[in-house]
Design a protein around this ligand. Structure first.
Ligand code: FAD
Ligand code: NAI
Length: 472
């Protein structure tokens, strides 16, 4: 069997499925090749994000937060709960249901938009021909006017801590522990390490994170990172910086050998999660006849419009440069579909928000003070703490702050850095302001409802002009 399509997309994560849906909306005959199989053996759309990434991790973060609230936080509200029990298997089953509902939703969207899903491994065998290897080993070739590569990424492995998928695992398996490990080790105190560490620590694990860098959360604003480190320490996360892992031994438990500034160390844990970054899925993407240009780290080389070096072949999402975030990939997918249709799609890489879903949440957009100093750009900052916000006090969630950074001469908003309750939602106001080239004054002159957490953003904007109302 061989078909010709207007567009073939390889990969059905947020980047690929969004590209496909937008192509179909624009009237193009579209097929998507995806090989993913969920742990129950069922092929599933949605890629890493829906199956083993954003969604399951947030489902577990939410469940663990509920448990932690009941066991640790409700007494301050005059509520005592007795006989609280934890059923981890049920928690994991709920997480799986959330995943299934959403991946089933993508399947429905494909049907509604008449997108063909070709389940199997896709390989570019000629510039615009894709070979699909089906699970039964059979192959078929399909051609298209345009091809979109959206094959995503996978966990980087560490020679010193090889996975055995039981005691030493990556993030995929860490979403499926059926009991709470008494002692949990995590290599890498980055985004996954902190989110997974939070889940299992709230459920009762003693969590130790071994981080190679001397600085905690390097890419994050320093004031925010310091606040985060202090808060996580209070919660019992033991974050050890400047650690070089040299080996692991598994015998019932896992012994991790590492070196830090004090010399050789050992850590004994029941489970170990390795989360030291992700790498692009490009190993088996092209036959040797196809000369797709990759960079030295294996990412597909693209220009600002996500065009590869091959005519009519585009690449989007984790498999290309830029942050490995679902919303970045999704927007790239939409832009590419619109460009294929001859429209003018555009993505502003300066306004991609980041969120770390810890407690407190951390969110930022745009540039940090450190980056602006380096670039010689003059700026003013406005900082306002949640401790002086009425709603945060009512919620008993007063840790953290909002920091806004504006150009010293034009007042244009250049960055926003938030640590605190609902930071993931609050950041959107700064993103929109930056997208509209707005100023701190624009936010300062905008009415924010009272009492809301968003008043902290308002006060931070007032603080840029040194006129915050609730600040001494
Ligand atoms: P993917 O989602 O990786 O999808 C690629 C798809 O292509 C997969 O289904 C893969 O099986 C398939 N594929 C690969 N090669 C082939 C081939 N040759 N043939 C056929 N199919 C192929 N990001 C956020 O923005 N917010 C979060 O909260 C967040 N949480 C995360 C939590 C975890 C634990 C992890 C691991 C990641 C998280 N991410 C988060 C990152 C997010 O998951 C990725 O940025 C996003 O999934 C990238 O989308 P994508 O479409 O580029 O690739
Ligand atoms: P990461 O890059 O965020 O963190 C990896 C950490 O491991 C870094 O701090 C790094 O210094 C450290 N490290 C590297 N090698 C090490 C070693 N040998 N020993 C000890 N530490 C080492 O990568 P992570 O956490 O694996 O996540 C991958 C990506 O997935 C993220 O960068 C992000 O793009 C995406 N993601 C996004 C989420 C979100 O948006 N909330 C949640 C989870 C993942």
């Amino acid at each position: 069997m061989s078909n010709h399509y207007d567009v073939i997309v390889i990969g059905a994560g947020p980047a690929g499925y969004s590209a496909a849906i937008r192509c179909a909306q624009l009237g193009m005959r579209t097929a998507v090749v995806d090989a993913f199989v969920f742990k129950d053996g069922e092929p599933a759309l949605g890629g890493t994000c829906l199956n083993v990434g954003c969604i399951p991790s947030k489902a577990l973060l939410d469940s663990s937060e509920q448990y932690h609230k009941v066991t640790h936080q409700l007494s301050a509200h005059g509520i005592t709960a007795q006989g609280v029990e934890l059923d981890v298997e049920k928690m994991i089953a709920r997480k799986d249901r959330v995943v299934k509902d959403l991946t089933g939703g993508i399947r429905q969207l494909f049907k509604a938009n008449k997108i063909e899903w070709l389940h199997g491994h896709g390989q570019l065998v000629e510039a615009k021909t894709v070979e699909v290897r089906r699970p039964d080993g059979s192959t078929e070739r399909h051609s298209a006017d345009s091809v979109v590569l959206a094959t995503g990424s996978q966990s980087v492995e560490l020679g010193a801590a090889p996975l055995d998928h039981e005691r030493i695992v990556n993030s995929d398996r860490a979403l499926d522990f059926t009991e709470v490990p008494e002692r949990l080790g995590i290599i890498g105190a980055g985004v996954i390490g902190l989110e997974m560490g939070s889940v299992w620590s709230r459920l009762g694990s003693e969590v130790v994170l071994l981080e190679a860098q001397d600085e905690f959360l390097g890419p994050v604003d320093r004031q925010v990172a310091r606040t985060a480190q202090k808060e996580f320490k209070k919660q019992g996360l033991d974050i050890r910086l400047g650690c070089r892992v040299t080996g692991t031994r598994v015998d019932g438990s896992v012994t991790v050998s590492y070196e830090d500034k004090n010399g050789k160390q050992e850590l004994e844990v029941d489970r170990l999660i390795v989360c030291v970054g992700r790498r692009p899925n490009t190993d088996d993407l092209c036959s040797k006849e196809v000369d797709l240009l990759l960079d030295e780290r294996g990412f597909i080389n693209v220009d600002e419009d996500c065009k590869t070096n091959l005519p009519d072949v585009y690449a989007v999402g984790d498999v290309v440069r830029g942050p490995m975030l679902a919303h970045k990939g999704q927007e790239e997918g939409i832009v590419v579909a619109e460009r294929i249709a001859g429209k003018g799609g555009h993505l502003n890489y300066e306004t991609i928000p980041w969120v770390i879903y810890t407690d407190p949440e951390i969110a930022w957009v745009g540039r940090t003070e450190e980056q602006l100093k380096k670039a010689g750009i003059p700026y003013n900052t406005g900082v306002f703490g949640f401790a002086a916000n009425g709603r945060a006090r009512a919620m008993d969630q007063t840790a953290g702050m909002v920091k806004l950074i504006a150009h010293a001469e034009t007042d244009r908003l250049l960055g926003a850095h938030i640590i605190g309750p609902q930071a993931s939602e609050l950041i959107a106001e700064a993103v929109v302001t930056m997208e509209f080239a707005g100023s701190a004054e624009d936010i300062a002159r905008t009415i924010h409802a009272h009492p809301t957490l968003s008043e902290t953003v308002h006060e931070a904007a007032l603080a840029v002009g040194k006129r915050a109302i609730h600040k001494a």
